[in-house]
Each structure stands twice: as C-alpha cells, then as structure tokens.
Design a protein around this ligand. Sequence first.
Ligand code: LLP
Length: 386
Amino acid sequence: MDITNMKDRFEQFRTPFYYYDTQLLAETLAAIKSETDKHEGYHLHYAVKACANPRVLQQIQQAGFGADCVSGGEIKACLENGFPANEIVFAGVGKADWEIEMALEAGIQYFNVESIPELEVIDEIAQRMGKVADVSFRINPDVGAHTHAHITTGLAENKFGIAKEDMIQVIRTSQQLPNLRFVGLHFHIGSQILRMDDFEALCYRINELQDQLEAEGITDVQNINVGGGLGIDYMNPDKHPVPDFYAYFETYAHHLKLRPGQRLHFELGRAVVGQCGSLITRCLFVKQTATKQFVIVDAGMTELIRPALYNAHHHIQNLSSTAPVQTYDVVGPICESSDVFAKDCRLAETKRGDIIAIRSAGAYGETMASCYNCRELPKAYTTGDI
Ligand code: LLP
C-alpha cells in the first residue's frame, strides 16, 4: 500500500518505529526468483546484516533463499527463523572460536575464509570436533566500485579477503589440511553499486583467476560467490521500488564464464530489503533560528545512523501535511551535532505531531541501531500488524 495512505494507522503506534512493507518484499523476492531461475545454478544467500528482523528473515527463507551471515548471532537468528543450516554461509574477517564451533556444530554450508591463520584455526577446531569444514576463499579482486569510500571493499588496500596473488597458495594449503574441503571462491567489491560496469569488471577478474586455476590443474571449484552490492534508488523510492534485478543478473550471465556444473552464489542485502522499510517518526517541535528552520523529530541517529555515518540521503516525507513545501533541516534529539537526517530538505509545511516517513530504511537501518543516550532499540512492525 502507498505509504501516504498509512498515516492514520501509523498514528496508533508510539513512534519512532520501523515499518516493513511485506507486500513490497514479496514482489522484490519474486522479481529476484524469476531472474535467478532463468540461469542454471544461480542461488541467493540473503545478506542478513542488512536486516535481521525475524518476520523479514522468515519471509525471505520461505521464498527459497539461503543466508549469508557474518557472526554467530546472525547464524543463530537464521536458525531460529527457519533457515536450514546447510543454506547458511559464514563470512567475516574475524571469526571467534565459539562462532566457528557453533557453525560446525550446526552444519553450515561453507565458511568464507579471509586469511591463512583463520584457515588453520578452522582446521584445528574441525579436527577437535571430528568434522570436515567446507571452505571457500574470499579473494580480494582489487576491483574498485563507484560508491562511498566506507563501503568499497574490493580494493587491495582494504582489510578484506586474501590477495589474489596468494590464491593458489591458500588453495594448496587447504588441500593439505585434513579437516578442510575446498569448495569455492568468494568475492565482494562493495555496496550501493548502481553501475553495472563495476560488476562487469569483477566478472573479468574472476575469469582471469579461473584461467590461472585451470592452468595450475585446480578444477574442483564448485561455487563462485560474487557477494552482493546492488544499490537502490534512495532519491526516488516510489519510482524504483524494486531494483533492476534483470540488469544485475544479466551482467553476470553475459560476462562471467562459469565452468560446467559450477554454481553461482549471490549475497544481496540492500537490494532485497532496502525499499521495503521506512523509519516512521513524529515531529516534536519546529524550531526557527536566525538562519534555519529545524524539524526536530523523535527518531535519531540511534535508529538510523546512515545519514550521520555516510552522509547518506534518505527521502523524507511528511505524511500528515499537504501544505506547500518549505525548507528545513530535519534533525533528531540525540546529543550529537551529526544527528541530522537531512539538511535543506524540501518538506510539506510541518507542524508538531506530524507523522514523518524516512524512506528506503529497510537495509542497514534497524540492524545498525544503538542504545546511545539510554534509548530503547526501535520497535518494528510489518504490514500485517498495522
Ligand atoms: N557480502 C559481503 C561479503 C558484504 O560485506 C556485504 C556488505 C554484502 C554481501 C551485502 O552487500 P549489499 O548487497 O547489502 O550491498 N552499512 C552500510 C553497508 C555496509 C555493507 C557491508 N557489506 C550502509 O548502510 O550503506
């Protein structure tokens, strides 16, 4: 349902809260499914870090997707919300021993390993537990992406992954360790990527690496995992509620050379849930100063940190007003001057009590919330609750 018609229902709840549109999520999941089904061996492991809301997880699992986790807590959340362990992959530069043990105990699909020391620890723990761990190596492709510097991950200077020059050596090492089984390669170049040529560059790099592997006689690469990164339209959420999954998956279909029988894994997060969530807040006060007009809302950087952390843009709508627009700085109540949702924002004339929607907040919103200033973590509702 159009969010502008939801105001009366939102009025019934204490703000701020997250609202997830499960209808839009269903449409998004169906769009992904129809694209991945066109290509043999394509499979999505949803990146749980984007949104771990239980209802959202359940809906994604029921649509037939797996999960990409980066902590023991995420693995636990997935198991509790119906994901079978063998549909869970586990990545992250710093896995703690207890997390590795938990993942082995549960019987996850595979580990995305980011260093040789980690590889040795997984082998040791697996040996102690009498198990064999399936491992895939995260290779740093040294491919840049046209996105915010904090969220590019595929350059040689980033902390993530194993240098591509060391790829053969780590695979050979894993083949000598008795409690490990090498099952694939993992890549990720960054997030909020809207240019398909960035993904194309990753495809070319993977093609090169696969040729090198073949030349070395390494032919047992079952899975290629290309990470996530597809962006969403933060400027016009209503114009592009469902991202262009056709363009994204076709880019891989055209440019990536898979070997016979090889599976292609994706780890999209933002593109799956980003447009489905809004942060619903209320105007507490309108404050006029000599130079500015502020709309002070009851949500802050504690509920949605993206504008403060990345200078990220989120479309803001006043659902209570149809008056002519004015220019405001929309700010939260937190004692930090970075607690700003938008500067010079064009918003329908706003009054105390108006319901404000901060859009495209489904990804990296609720999951990045904090309790700073002793605030409560935000509540979340889905279409059925409201
Ligand atoms: N796979 C790996 C290895 C990743 O590091 C990430 C995201 C993903 C998949 C999912 O990426 P997505 O499809 O969502 O772009 N907090 C930041 C984004 C951080 C992304 C971290 N890694 C933000 O709010 O923009």
